[in-house]
Ligand binder design. Sequence first.
Ligand code: GLN
Length: 383
Amino acid sequence: MPQTAEHLNLFTESVIRQMTRVANEHGAINLSQGFPDFAPPAALVEAAERAIRGDHHQYAVTWGAPRFRQALARKHSHFTGMEIDPDAHITVTCGSTEAMMTALMTVCDPGDKVIVFSPFYENYGPDTILSGAEPIFVPLRPPEFRFDADELRAAFKQGVKALVLCNPSNPTGRVFSREELQTIADLAQEYDAFVITDEVYEHIVYAPNQHTYMASLPGMFGRTVSCNSLSKTYAITGWRIGYVIASPEVTAGVRKVHDFLTVGAPAPLQEAAVTALEFSDDYYEELRAAYTRRRDLFLGYLEKANLKFTRPEGAYYVLVDIADFDFESDTAFCTWLAKEIKVAAVPGSSFFREPVKHLVRFHFAKSESTLSAAGERLLRLAD
Ligand code: GLN
């Protein structure tokens, strides 16, 4: 029989999704795959009901329903201070997962080098391989998770086509400062590379940290490909609505790739999502306040359980140090944790290029009652 492609041997199945299956198998509280267990805003659910009864059952415009793109442009212009044109700059995708894959396939030819910070959201590994690119990893060393500017320059010197930046960062919880972003921007300009950003946690940022949009830095709009989605901001990870914002030239390429990959994102859900994009600033303030409460509640339990961790500045993940526990690996620890403590986490090694095996990732995008229940169970680790 013919053999499947060799590039399949270059990556494994998603450990994040695998841990969800382990959690279900053991009846554990799932703090591995990051998705909420609370409802999206009621107005959004009502809009979806109206949309599905309306006349939105056929393909939307390939690059996104016009009403949706217009609302997206208004919202994004409001938060970034840039003038986003719905017709020239936006392509709607099936989640930010497709946005990232499309972005890489748009800017990279086979063999092009792409800088990826390690640890990284695990999709970026397979994404670079499937797009034919070669990842160059630059470490963000625990527990601070900052990059070394000289190390980054050395990577750029190898002749890279793009750098992938997740900010706010999954899994580290870092919110890169304007100065850090400027360092990356300066190098991208000096070495003529693209910056592909994953900004799905843009609104989940804890005071006093603030999100800076890479594309808004001087001279960066033309070379930044911004990937984003509605999943995290409106608690609708299953709707699969994402988007890419880029210059008109790059957008032309993004639309070509996107068209042949998926044709388009779900038409009725794009229609419904206009409602979310029109929420006032209060919505985003409440979102931030609710996530700050969830973070503080969960971190309080980690402290009580005498666990060491890096305090997240943004996003909804925390990396916990398990070096003091007597396990042969982070995977063995996570399997034991799901089975015996009934809480599921992701082994940190699935995010690192380097052999880091003393960290595990929990997410806290859960209701306060779920987080309290998980926290009480984790207190047993203090014994
Ligand atoms: N972004 C989430 C995580 O890192 C969920 C990823 C996914 O399964 N699509 O856990």
